[in-house]
Each structure stands twice: as C-alpha cells, then as structure tokens.
Design a protein around this ligand. Sequence first.
Ligand code: HXC
Length: 259
Amino acid sequence: MAFETIVVEIEDGIATITLNRPEVLNALNSQVFNELAEVAANLGADDSVRAVIITGGDKVFAAGADIKQMASLGAVDVATSVRPSRIAFDRLENMSKPVIAAINGYALGGGCELTLTADIRIAADNAQLGLPEIKLGILPGGGGTQRLPRLIGAGKAKELIFSGDFINAEEALRIGLVNKVVPADQVLAEAKKMAKKFASRGAVALSLAKTCINEGQRMDLEMGLQYEHKCFSLLFATEDQKEGMKSFMEKRKPNFQGK
Ligand code: HXC
C-alpha cells in the first residue's frame, strides 16, 4: 500500500498506520482523510490483519484538521470537503477488528476526534488532548460533539468543547478519555502488546463484541440486549466457540482459527 501522507506497516497480523506530515504536526488535510479511508477499507477486508494501531509517531499524534486548507472554504465547500473525514472516521470506527490509538504529544481537534474512532486509546505521559475548534469559530465537526459525550459524558464533553482547553494525559485518564497512560517511549510498544493480546482471541467473537458495543450505543437497552443475544447465539455456530470451551475442559490454551 503506497500512500503519501501515511505510512502503513503490517507485522505479525498487526497493522500500524502512522500519520506522516511532521512539518505541520500531522495536520489532517483531505489527502490524509482520503488515504485513511482507503487504508481502513483495505485493512478491514484483509483477514490476515487482526488488529490495527494508529499513531502519529513519537512526537505528535495530530494537531487537528489542516487549518490552512480549511481557512478559505465556504459553507458549500465544507459540506462536500468534510466528507472524506466522515468516510475515514466511519470506516475506522466500524472496522471488524480492534483499533488502538497510540498517542504521543498533541491530539487536538480532528486529531483528538480521530482517536475517538479507535476502540482503545493509549497515551504518552506527555500527551495533550483537546478540542480547540471553538477558538477558531467552529465546532468539533469530526464526530467530537457525538462520540466524546458518549465516551465521557455530556458534562465533561461540554467543558472541553466550550473552553477549547487542552488536558494532559493524567486528566484524560481520570475522565475516561484514554484507557492507559505510559511513558512516552513505551506508547507504541504498549499498543502492540495490547494488539497482540486482542489478536490472540477469537476474531469472530471479538468482532461481534465490538459490533454489539458500537451498535448498542445507537439503540435503547431492550433492543441492545436483543441484539447482543443474537450475536451471542451466532457464536455457537463457530469453530472458535467449540475450540474455546474444549480447550478450557482440556486445561490448555485455545487455538482459535477465526471461524
Ligand atoms: C495546519 C498546523 C496545524 C493545523 C500546526 N500547524 N497545527 N497547520 N493545521 N491544525 C503547523 C503550524 O502552522 C506550523 O507550521 C507547524 O505546524 C508547527 O506548529 P507551531 O504552531 O509552530 O508549533 P507549536 O508552537 O509547538 O504549537 C503547537 C500547537 C499549535 C499548540 C499544536 O500548532 C496549534 O494550536 N495548532 C492548531 C490546533 C488546532 O486549533 N486544532 C484544531 C483544528 S480544527 P508553519 O509553517 O506555520 O511554521 C479541526 C476541525 C476538525 O481540527 C474538523 C473535522 C475533521
């Protein structure tokens, strides 16, 4: 996969997407969004890929959407130019495999919103997260007003969005915005360790668990419980379920095949 604004490496079934516009702190322009959308489709369809990590490298995750590209846009331009980000973010969020954001340095605006499409966020102790769009006279248009309150609650989300303030990794951990904080030089290693663990589990079960959680957020409790029951039942048609339970009874590790 040859891209200009991202780098994609696949090793032992784990794909790492690295944002690669260091000269502008990985600001996300339409090319980045188009490339992210394409890579998400490719990795989503590749059964050999069991988990995906998205990172900006060891200095910065991303300082937001590219302000220089957005500055001269009119409303009609935005109605069409926002689309690549929507496609990219939807594909990343709904990929049938775990996605982990490994965050060093700034994750701001669209960069922070990109991390919200991941299932798990691991932050460096030097990370700074925030949604500063309000200071530019706009709002977080990459899903921030929707995904953030669902993750951390409306009160804290409003405080972050109305103020535009950055918070450090420790505060992000405290309010549930990130799952884990580790020393800056260990973020990617920690993400890989977690990805490896997820990849060792039954891929169908994991994918359906992810679907239950994501879809469940769009349903009321009763519908969600019914949806969960259907997914749960379906797993009894898989070889992984037979193998998982057999391995327990035989007191050995399961050897899942993802089918
Ligand atoms: C374009 C950006 C950028 C951005 C940084 N740069 N952020 N270019 N868009 N979002 C560029 C700078 O212009 C500069 O290039 C270079 O990167 C280094 O940035 P500095 O500002 O010199 O670095 P520093 O002083 O360390 O400050 C870091 C910073 C600051 C605090 C992160 O850059 C900053 O506030 N950036 C903007 C953050 C932001 O408002 N993000 C939200 C964007 S709106 P030059 O060539 O000028 O020296 C958004 C909407 C999402 O994300 C919509 C849906 C997806």
